[in-house]
Design a protein around this ligand. Structure first.
Ligand SMILES: Nc1ncnc2c1ncn2[C@@H]1O[C@H](COP(=O)(O)OP(=O)(O)OP(=O)(O)O)[C@@H](O)[C@H]1O
Ligand SMILES: [Mg+2]
Length: 357
């Protein structure tokens, strides 16, 4: 598993755009990806149209009365792309941790608590060098520094590299960093001047891929989607796909750890469940439940089969689950399941149990 932080204290340089679209491109390449939103602005969370009461704050805080494990905060976006969302409450963590010993390692501790079944974990950082960014770098083995080709960006990169060096000296943790040029405008001569300067200063630590200015990237973020869903033929989609290939080509330098014995045990504990709904007239059917935090997204989409039957295959641990179907935008309970209960909105949730045996 490769854990990559995406950080730069400069605001608006393309951290979140890179986190979302690189994660989606790695997933398209068959990699299992977890995106952790470590920014209280929650732009990655919003940019993937996720809303959740519980977030990374509930994983990292010791004061919250709703403490959860990292694995409990995960929300599936599609088959291979999952997210741990953020929320504004995360902004209080900085102060909360100020007096704590080991405050730089909270995220690392949470990641170590239970093995996770991903090939990549990407961490989107806030625009500062505070404790949240330091936690992200401490938990990572690699760091991507998105940078626009402008004069002031260069000063910021040096400050960030100072932090990387400090983490190596004080915490004995080595992180490989690489700079990614973002929002590159090839119509401006100035862009090429700055690119030359960055190449001179950081030639060994620069991605070959350059991310060009592309309005489709902005539009996708505003629509709550990643670029591959929004417009896979756009320049932005091609650039991020090419970045994902460049990162994948370095996999032998960062060996992907094999699934550990405990992960195998965990996988074995999960059971396959298939839910079906007969809806011959429906154009689109989703399955939402507490197992996916009630999100309507690609992951929740049910597949149509012959005879108007829609189905969804789930891998779930033993336990009791609530669910509803969303048929062409209308929420309904399972019409053939006699087990249901009223929810706080006054409608019915269907229920099922995954048994140990
Ligand atoms: N290559 C690009 N082409 C066009 N627009 C872009 C590109 N990259 C990012 N943007 C837009 O620029 C704005 C800032 O980008 P983004 O949110 O990714 O930056 P950030 O570094 O995460 O910001 P913050 O520091 O606030 O977290 C967004 O509106 C985004 O859609
Ligand atoms: Mg951001």
């Amino acid at each position: 598993m490769r854990i990559i932080a995406i950080a730069n204290q400069k605001g608006g340089c393309g951290k979140t755009t890179t986190a979302i679209n690189l994660a989606a491109s790695l997933a398209v390449n068959g990699r299992r990806v977890l995106l952790i939103d470590m920014d209280p602005q929650a732009h990655a969370t919003l940019g993937l149209n996720v809303s959740s009461e519980l977030c990374i704050y509930n994983v990292l805080s010791r004061l919250t009365d709703r403490k959860i494990a990292l694995s409990e905060a995960i929300i599936p976006i599609s088959e291979r792309l999952h997210i741990v969302p953020s929320g504004i409450v995360l902004s209080t963590l900085e102060q909360e941790l100020s007096g704590e010993i080991g405050r730089e390692s909270c995220l690392l501790d949470a990641l170590n608590e239970a093995p996770l079944e991903y090939d990549y974990i990407l961490i989107d950082c806030p625009p500062n060098l505070g404790i949240l960014t330091i936690n992200a770098i401490r938990a990572s083995s690699e760091l991507i520094i998105p940078t626009e080709a402008s004069r002031f960006s260069l000063e910021g990169i040096n400050q960030l590299i100072d932090i990387v060096n400090l983490i190596r000296e004080r915490l004995n943790h080595r992180v490989e960093y690489k700079i990614l040029i973002t929002s590159f405008d090839s119509r401006l001569a100035h862009s090429f001047d700055m690119l030359k300067k960055i190449r001179e200063g950081f030639s060994h630590n620069l991605f070959n891929t350059i991310i060009h200015v592309n309005v489709k990237l902005k539009e996708a973020q505003n629509k709550g989607s990643h670029i591959i869903n929004y417009n896979k033929y756009s320049r932005g989609a091609k650039d991020y796909f090419s970045l994902s290939r460049e990162i994948i080509s370095q996999e032998e330098l960062f060996p992907m750890s094999a699934i550990t014995a405990s992960q195998e045990q965990k996988q074995q504990k999960q059971k396959e469940v298939i839910l079906t709904l007969t809806a011959p007239q429906a154009k689109e059917v989703f399955l939402a439940g507490d197992f996916n935090k009630w999100q309507i997204n690609d992951w929740a989409r049910m597949e149509p089969k012959e005879d108007g039957i829609w189905f969804k295959r789930l891998q779930l641990k033993p336990g009791c689950y609530k669910y509803r179907f969303v048929v062409d935008g209308k929420w309904i309970k399972d019409p053939v399941n006699p087990n249901y209960q009223m929810n706080p909105f006054g409608s019915m949730d269907s229920l099922f149990e995954v048994k140990e045996e």
